[in-house]
Each structure stands twice: as structure tokens, then as C-alpha cells.
Ligand binder design. Sequence first.
Ligand code: NAP
Ligand code: MG
Length: 403
Amino acid sequence: MEKIKMRSPIVEIDGDEMTRILWQEIKSELLAPFVELNTEYYDLGLPNRDATGDRVTAEAGEAILRCRVGVKCATITPNAERMKEYGLREMWRSPNGTIRAILDGTVFRAPIACPVLKTLIPGWIKPITVARHSYGDIYRDTELRVEGPGTAELVFTAADGSQERRTIYEFEGPGVLQGCYNKDSSVENFARSCFEYALSVGQDLWFSAKDTIMKQYDGLFKDTFRRLYEEEYRERFEQAGITYFYTLIDDAVARLVRSEGGIVWALKNYDGDVMSDLISTAFGSLAMMTSVLVNADGCYEFEAAHGTVTQHYYRRLRGERTSTNPVATIYAWSGALRKRGELDGDAALTGFADALETAVMDTICAGTVTGDLAALMEPRPAGVDSETFLAAVRARLEKTLGA
Ligand code: NAP
Ligand code: MG
């Protein structure tokens, strides 16, 4: 079989630990034999972020703005322990935070549904997509440790020099402070991308926040969704037979657990971070969740929703074989290649992406699965290691593509 040629590049962002190992294996087993990969490569492995003073992360984000499509491996967000482990010069910020700040978009996370996997909430018979606003809030916060009594104030100095101030708290002893921000333009982009996404998948859209407590901050989000819905989307939603619904986040979780799924749930940055892990776990495994960041200019970054799977990596370093699930990382690649194909009108490439995902699904349904999925199947198959799983997917893919 002749390899598929890509007309334009995608941005390839390498990462850390177990997912970095899987990244290479996915490329050599499932991609390179079939596609002449055309990528702009950025190494966001922690050693290279440290060596470049984290410049490489910003460059990768800028490259996605240029190429419009990127695929990213999971990366370590360093903490004090990691600084020691890797001998870092600085505690570099979250690479995802940096890239999201550059792209300013929304992350959509949806479970990779598979009929043979039991969901932990039996009532959820349809997938739930979390739409996570990916700009600002606590991910770009400014924090301050205060060591003793004093007054904390919120001060805004306008461009003309005038000031507004509010007292936050009169500290009688040591404590902590945090400042967050968001922008009208980003919130509006967020709301618009959620309405568009819900229309594209034909599912109801919920937005939930805590505007009873954060009247200004969460109020901006709630009002923006409401205004856009009334001004631009109500008619299209009614035609599509879907609804938009706002409710407080605590009410939303209660309703969601009782629902049958099949909704797009729009959430602020932190809420989306937490809830997407909850939902992916309920649908089976963190490793069965796709994640795509979409911005208002139509730039896409595909990734797995899980992290670098550190514990498995340490076992691998000790020479053990591990049963780490590569599915979400494979879907990050297939998602990016499909989007590249769509943007370039390249049917061979979109066809390859479909064939790759079908090969993955068929392999799982046939009972060849990593340990995390074996636990969700009845009767329970013996789990295989990552390499055996990848080899089984490759065998199916070769058959479909006649390679
Ligand atoms: P994690 O890497 O997602 O792993 C947490 C646990 O979930 C694992 O120990 C494993 O459970 C299970 N798991 C996750 N992915 C799996 C897979 N593909 N196959 C099988 N099991 C899987 O989260 P973490 O341990 O909290 O974080 C590790 C590192 O990843 C941290 O340094 C963090 O900064 C980084 N991180 C990066 C991203 C990102 O780049 N998008 C996101 C989150 C975290 P068992 O051990 O029980 O098998
Ligand atoms: Mg998270």
C-alpha cells in the first residue's frame, strides 16, 4: 500500500513519562506505516522545557495558531517534588495553561463510548460532553501569602489613572490571597463555541456556575450565555429540537446524576477540570475520554484527557511491562489527522482516521484490552500490555487498509 501523503502539517507536541513512551509506539506502529507524517515537532518534555526556559511551550501554542491543527501528548505540570526529581531551574507553569492562554478557546471532553464497557452510572445511556472554558480564572491567578495582620484590597487602575478599590479582608494574622480575572471577549467566545458545538451534535446545552455567590464574576458568564441565546441562537435551537438551560452548579450535578446523559455541559475552567474527570471515570476510564480545544478562529488542539500516568512509568523504568491504555492518545492523533483532512479536503486522510478508530473499537469489542478496561467487562478478559494491544490494533488496521 502506498502511504497517504499529508498536504499540510499538523503541530506535534511531545510530552512526558508513560505517555511519551506510548507516543513513539503509536507513531511507529499505527501511523508511520500508513501515513507519511507531516508534522512541526515541539518537544515539551520537562527537560526541554527547562532547557529552553519554557520558550518551547509558547512556540508550540503559536504554531497551532499558524497550522490550525495540533496534537499534544500529556505533560508534567511541575510541583516542588518534580523540581527536585528533574533538577529544574524554575517551577514552570502548566503547559496546558500556557497553550490555552494563547489559543483562548473551549475544551470539549467526551467519553469514547463502547458498548461492551459498563458505565458506573447505569442511567447514563448517552454520552455527556463537558465543555470547559479554557481561559483565565485560577489557572492564571496571582497568589500572595500574607505573613501577618494587614488589609487586603482589590485595586483597579484604569488607563486614565483613576482607581476603584474594594476591601477584601482585614487580616488579623497570617493567611493567603488569590486574584483571578476573565475577559468579556473570552466569555463570549466560550458561549458561542458551546452553542455551535451543541448544534453540531444535536444535544441540549446546559451551563452551570455559582452566580448566587460570585454575582459579578459568574454573573458575567450567565448573562453572556443568556444574551447570546436570545439574540442569536434561540431560533436555531428550536429548529434543531434542542434546548439551552442554565442552573446553579450544585443543582446541575443532582440533575445530571438522574439524567440519561446526551447533553453538552458547559462549565467554567476549574469546574470543567474536575467534572470531566468525574464523568470520564463514570463512563469507564480516564483513558477513554477525548479532549479537543477549539478557539473562535477555528484552531484545534487534540489531546488525551489523562496525565502522564506516572506510576506506570516508574514500573516501566524498573523493567516491568505495563498495561497502560493508549486509546485516548490514539484518538488525539486520529482527531487531529481527521481535522487536517477536513480542512484540506483530503478524503484519504479522513478515511485513515476513521479506519484507525474502527480498528481500536473492534479490538476492544473482541476482548483485547488493557487492564483498566478489563475491569469494566463481563465476563472479565485477561488484560494485555500496551504493546500487545497496539499490535492487535495494527493487525486489524492492516487488514482494513489492505496493507
Ligand atoms: P494520570 O496520569 O491521569 O494518572 C492517574 C491514574 O489514572 C493512573 O495512576 C492510572 O491508575 C489511571 N490512568 C490514567 N491514564 C491511564 C491510562 N492511559 N491507562 C491506564 N490507567 C490510566 O494523573 P496523575 O497521576 O494525577 O498525574 C500524573 C502527571 O500527569 C502529573 O505530573 C500531572 O501534572 C500530569 N497531568 C498532565 C495532564 C495533561 O497534560 N493533559 C493532565 C493531568 C495530569 P492506576 O495507577 O490505578 O492504574
Ligand atoms: Mg485535570
